[in-house]
Design a protein around this ligand. Structure first.
Ligand code: 4AD
Ligand code: MG
Length: 462
């Protein structure tokens, strides 16, 4: 079916052309023998006004044109005399694909709560808010590839089902084809996973990093962009059980290289959102007030504050601010501490580097002080931690030593240690939580509102 997208009409429509548009009716009203339909097709924030004169054959079909109905309309594109719109279409032909019962359609009135809209996740993309969220998400996805491709990074696809269970990034979901009613018993009352599909226990991945490392140690600079899964019981506005992560990994690079890459990457994503989603961001600025074009402009350029974990702890210890969680060298920063640094002290993104080794993963490179590792987190206003990364421990002895200290089994991960046996080299990388990035740009306060089908503990409706 040949149709013109409403977005294209607003950007390049020719007055006097006959056009066909398809979409969903937002509203319909009649006045003095003329009907007006506001039509949206998802391509843009704006609706197109359709004008149906009473003497056209289309007028007889209007009863099926309630809010929510899917229609096709053809007619003449005209300059609109109405306020706030440049174009309208004088309809000569109207086809109704699917009516929507005006009593039952859940998206009747304006001003539904976000909580209510989560209950109707299959219809919420038809609202202004979610249309805007998913268009921004699309632009950012594409911007990820443009950024890395323009810098010569190779896009690699790391597995979703994995056998490594020691990454330490979070609790794992098991993947099994065993009959859950009759699980085969192994030793000590355990389940015998040798009878499972893969002959051993398998999981959904929490991160593509370990595999990205071996690809970086052969291809140079690589990145992944895929779904990751964490079974932790975190019911917060920043956690999902299934989220998308972008993980660049650079060979012949250290912690400073990766901090610079992280900063450039976030600047570039903000810049692309401003360039391609101005209408959407203006919408979020007006209706949600958690983001603004001006804020994003400055975020797209301003250098990030950089400080060590030890310095961050000093700042937090000095303040009179009351925190729920204790502040002490050696303890992890909680989101209230991170947000205090970004929102109150520095009023912008902060990179914290050199964390105590006791709170970080086994693979992070040990610093010469014997206490810290070359780990960095990028913290941004309102969202908190958006990136976690590190320089990786490339020295075999130190890596094995750390794993032994932490009680991690070495047998399953010999392939990872091989990278340190054969042609080891300094390398570093990070993971950016894609939904947190979408939150940061749109200002949506709950992460469940920036992904089509959010998964969280006790919540998997769609
Ligand atoms: O800090 P994390 O756990 O780091 C890793 O997984 C490393 N393996 C990355 C790497 O170095 N290649 O996670 C990275 C980012 C976090 O900073 C956060 O933005 C996001 O992933 N993230 C989550 N986003 C949504 N829901 C969750 N449950 C998340 N857990 C982490
Ligand atoms: Mg982290």
């Amino acid at each position: 079916m040949k149709r013109t997208r409403i977005k294209n009409i607003f950007s390049e429509g020719n007055i006097g052309q006959t056009i066909t548009i398809c979409g969903w009716v937002r509203s319909k009203r009649e006045s003095k023998g003329v009907a007006f339909i506001a039509l949206n097709d998802g391509s843009t924030q704006d609706t197109l006004q359709l004008v149906v004169p009473s003497d056209s054959s289309a007028f007889n079909k209007l009863s099926g044109c309630n809010t929510g109905a899917a229609i096709r309309a053809a007619g003449l594109l005209k300059e609109s005399l109405g306020k706030g719109q440049k174009y309208e279409v004088e309809v000569s032909d109207l086809e109704i694909f699917g009516e929507a019962d005006s009593e039952a359609y859940p998206l009747q009135k304006k001003g539904h709560t976000l909580e209510f809209l989560r209950e109707i996740g299959h219809l919420r993309p038809r609202t202004n808010t979610f249309g805007a969220v998913f268009r921004v998400r699309n632009v950012l996805s594409n911007a990820v590839h443009e950024f890395f491709q323009s810098r010569g990074f190779i896009w690699v696809h790391t597995p979703i089902i994995t056998a490594s269970d020691c990454e330490g990034a979070g609790d794992l979901f098991t993947v099994t084809s065993l009959d859950l009613e009759k699980l085969p018993a192994g030793n000590n009352g355990d389940i015998d996973f040798s009878q499972d599909f893969f002959g051993k226990r398998a999981y959904l991945t929490v991160s593509g990093q370990l595999e990205a490392e071996f690809l970086a140690m052969s291809l140079g600079d690589v990145y992944t962009f895929g779904p990751t899964f964490r079974a932790e019981n975190s019911n917060t506005s920043r956690h999902l059980s299934e989220f998308w992560m972008i993980e660049p990994e650079m060979a012949f690079a250290d912690i400073n290289d990766v901090m610079q890459l992280a900063e450039d990457f976030i600047h570039s994503l903000c810049g692309m959102a401003l360039e391609k989603c101005e209408d959407e961001i203006a919408f979020f600025e007006k209706f949600y007030k958690n983001t603004s074009i001006n804020d994003l402009r400055s975020l797209a350029e301003k250098p990030f504050v950089r400080m060590t974990y030890t310095e961050a702890i000093k700042v937090l210890e000095k303040t009179k601010e009351k925190f729920e969680f204790p502040v002490k060298w050696g303890l992890d920063l909680q989101s209230e501490h991170e947000r205090y640094l970004t929102d109150k002290v520095f009023k912008g993104p902060v990179i914290v580097v050199d964390y105590p080794k006791g709170i970080k993963a086994f693979y992070m490179r040990q610093n010469t002080d014997g206490k810290t590792v070359a780990a960095m987190d990028v913290l941004v206003p309102k969202v908190g931690e958006i990136i976690g990364g590190s320089q990786r421990e490339e020295r075999l002895e130190l890596l094995e030593g750390r794993m032994n200290d932490m009680g991690l089994p070495l047998e399953n991960i010999q392939w990872y240690l091989d990278l340190r046996r054969y042609g080891s080299a300094p390398h570093a990388g990070f993971g950016l939580g894609f939904e947190r990035m979408v939150q940061y740009i749109t200002g949506m306060s709950n992460i469940r509102d920036v992904i089509p089908c959010p998964r969280a503990p006790q919540s998997i409706k769609f």
